[in-house]
Design a binder for this molecule. Structure first.
Ligand code: HEM
Length: 149
């Protein structure tokens, strides 16, 4: 029971970290940014990536190890939808992450770099997914969407 509580707590705290870092990235993003500013975004993006990995670990543990039987989730289409959204989140974060990493260093840290508008839109799509996921999580945790016997 204790381990389940700890894992559920980790699941929530890493969600907070993901939301916090994504909202910060979105607020800090400008059309043109200095390398120093991009470097800061890259650090926040690192917090986002690390939190996502820990969140995945906690989610897998809740699914396959502690708490309800794995089948409770494996045979629930809303759970699979939620997993698909998590994969979507990961895919949407690839381009911004690579862009920040590539552009964080240069000749002059004050040099201005144009930020592609696609990055802002990808962050917005990620925030939209994050906004919907707790609804699907709440439904599937109560057995709604279960298609087993
Ligand atoms: C950003 C991503 C995620 C968000 C926002 C999220 C959100 C949530 C929330 C709010 C709950 C609590 C539902 C409740 O008790 O009413 C929950 C539970 C759960 N999550 Fe996630 N989750 C995410 C990622 C994942 C991933 C990647 C997995 C699996 C690999 C996962 C597996 C689970 C499981 C199995 C539960 C059920 C726990 C229970 O029945 O009490 N989650 N999630």
């Amino acid at each position: 029971m204790t381990i389940e509580i700890i894992i559920k707590y980790v699941h929530f705290v890493t969600i907070f970290a993901i939301v916090g870092s994504l909202v910060s990235e979105h607020l800090l993003l400008k059309e043109k940014m200095t390398r120093a500013e991009i470097q800061r975004l890259s650090v926040i993006d690192g917090v986002y990536g690390l939190s996502a990995i820990i969140l995945l670990g906690a989610g897998l543990a809740l699914w396959l190890w502690v708490g309800k039987p794995a089948e409770f989730y494996s045979k629930n289409w809303i759970f699979h939808l939620k997993l698909g959204m998590f994969v979507g989140l990961g895919l949407l974060s690839i381009y911004p992450t690579i862009f920040f990493l590539k552009n964080r260093k240069g000749e002059s840290m004050d040099e201005l770099v144009a930020i592609p508008s696609a990055i802002k839109w990808m962050l917005r799509m990620e925030l939209l997914l994050l906004f919907l996921m707790p609804l699907f999580a709440t439904l599937m945790a109560r057995g709604i969407g279960y298609f087993g016997e």
